[in-house]
Design a binder for this molecule. Structure first.
Ligand SMILES: Cc1cc2nc3c(=O)[nH]c(=O)nc-3n(C[C@H](O)[C@H](O)[C@H](O)COP(=O)(O)OP(=O)(O)OC[C@H]3O[C@@H](n4cnc5c(N)ncnc54)[C@H](O)[C@@H]3O)c2cc1C
Length: 312
C-alpha cells in the first residue's frame, strides 16, 4: 500500500516525488516517457537557480534529486485507475498497485494539425519537435505553425539549421516571452506570416510546400521542405476523467490552490491541470503543493488502511 501514487515522470512528477519522500510518504512514480515535455527544448533559461540548461539536463536533475530519496519507479504506463472506497488501484498490465492518494502529473500531448497531407507526410516533412528533427533540414526552407512561446523557441532552433524559417500564425501577434520575441525579430532567417492558416500540406515523396488560406506575396502556396507544428498541447486527463475527476472544457483537470481535485485524495499538477501559465517551475510548485496536502490527508483523515477489505 503506497501513500501516494504519482502518475507521470515529467518535471512535475519527479519534483513531487522528492517532496513526497521527504515527507515520509511511501511513494511510487509511474512514468511512461521519463522526462516529459521539457526534453523537447535545448534552452531552459527560466528555472530559478539555473541560468541556462537544456531540457534534458533539467529533467535529469529533478529525477536524480527525487531518486536520492528512493521512491519506487515503474517505467510503464498506468493503464487504469479505480477507486475502491477510500483506496485507489493502479493497473499496469497484469499488476495492480494500491495507494491512499493519487497525483495526476500526466502532462500533455501535441495538438495535431488536422489538414490534408498531415498524416501522409508525418515524419517525412511534418514534425513536432525541432530539437529532435531540425538537424535533418540543414540549408532547407522550413515553417513553424503556431505563435506561442514554444513555437518561437522551435523557430529559433530551426533557424540554426535551415536557410529560412517562416512562422505561420493565424493571429495578430505572436505571443512568446518578450526575450524570445526579441530573438525572433532579430533573427534574419525568421519571417512571420500573420492572419494565416495552413490548410494543406503538399508534396510527392516528401513535403514540397503548404497551402495557405490567405495569399502570401500574391501566392497561396508557400514552397518549403519541412513543417514543424506547434499549435498547442492537449491535457492527458482521460485516466482522471474515468475516475470521476472534473475537467474544464479544454480537458484540463480542475484544481484548487492545494492542487486538490473534486475527489478527496486525488490531486493534479503541472501541464495536465487547469492553471493558465504552464511552465516547469509552476508544475513543480503545484506538484509539491499536492504532496504536502496528500501528506496532511494521509496523516489526518481516516484513509484506506493496509489490509482494508475494500481494497482487496
Ligand atoms: C518546445 C517547448 C519549449 C518549452 N520551454 C520551456 C522553458 O524554457 N521553460 C519552462 O519552464 N517550460 C518550458 N516548456 C513547458 C514545459 O515543458 C512544461 O510546462 C513541463 O514540461 C510540464 O511538465 P509536466 O511534468 O507537468 O508534464 P510532461 O512534461 O508532459 O510530463 C508528463 C509525463 O507523464 C507521463 N504520462 C502520461 N500519462 C501517463 C500514464 N498513464 N502512465 C504513466 N506515465 C504517464 C508522460 O509520458 C510524461 O513523461 C516548453 C514546452 C515546449 C513544448
Amino acid at each position: 500500500m503506497y501513500d501516494i501514487a504519482i502518475i507521470g515522470g515529467g518535471v512535475t512528477g519527479f519534483g513531487a516525488a522528492m517532496y513526497a519522500r521527504r515527507l515520509n510518504l511511501k511513494t511510487v512514480v509511474f512514468s511512461e516517457r521519463t522526462g516529459g515535455t521539457i526534453i523537447l527544448t535545448d534552452r531552459v533559461e527560466n528555472y530559478p537557480g539555473f541560468k541556462l540548461l537544456t531540457g534534458v539536463e533539467l529533467a535529469e536533475k529533478l529525477q536524480e534529486h527525487a531518486m536520492e530519496y528512493k521512491p519506487d519507479l515503474i517505467e510503464e504506463r498506468a493503464e487504469v485507475i479505480t477507486r475502491e472506497g477510500k483506496c485507489f488501484r493502479i493497473i499496469v498490465g497484469e499488476k495492480t498497485y494500491e495507494a491512499r492518494t493519487v497525483l495526476f502529473a500526466t502532462g500533455t500531448k501535441h495538438r495535431e494539425l488536422k489538414v490534408p497531407g498531415h498524416d501522409t507526410f508525418m515524419n517525412r516533412g511534418v514534425h513536432y519537435c525541432a530539437l529532435c528533427d531540425g538537424a535533418f533540414y540543414r540549408g532547407k526552407v522550413l515553417a513553424v505553425v503556431g505563435g506561442s512561446d514554444s513555437a518561437a523557441k522551435e523557430a529559433l532552433v530551426l533557424a540554426q539549421h535551415g536557410s529560412k524559417v517562416y512562422m505561420v500564425y493565424r493571429g495578430e501577434k505572436i505571443r512568446p516571452e518578450p526575450v524570445n520575441y526579441e530573438r525572433v525579430l532579430a533573427n534574419r532567417k525568421i519571417e512571420i506570416i500573420y492572419h494565416t492558416n495552413v490548410t494543406e500540406i503538399l508534396g510527392d515523396k516528401s513535403v514540397s510546400g503548404v497551402r495557405l488560406d490567405r495569399p502570401y506575396k500574391g501566392k497561396d502556396i508557400l514552397p518549403l521542405d519541412g513543417v514543424f507544428v506547434a499549435i498547442g498541447l492537449l491535457s492527458l486527463s482521460e485516466l482522471a476523467v474515468k475516475l470521476g475527476v472534473k475537467v474544464n472544457p479544454k480537458g484540463e483537470i480542475i484544481i484548487n490552490r492545494k492542487s486538490e481535485t473534486n475527489i478527496p485524495g486525488v490531486y493534479a499538477a503541472g501541464d495536465v491541470a487547469d492553471t493558465e501559465f504552464k511552465q516547469a517551475i509552476t508544475g513543480v510548485a503545484e506538484g509539491v503543493t499536492a504532496t504536502y496536502h496528500a501528506y496532511k490527508y494521509v496523516s489526518e483523515s481516516e484513509v484506506c488502511a493496509t489490509g482494508d477489505q475494500t481494497a482487496q
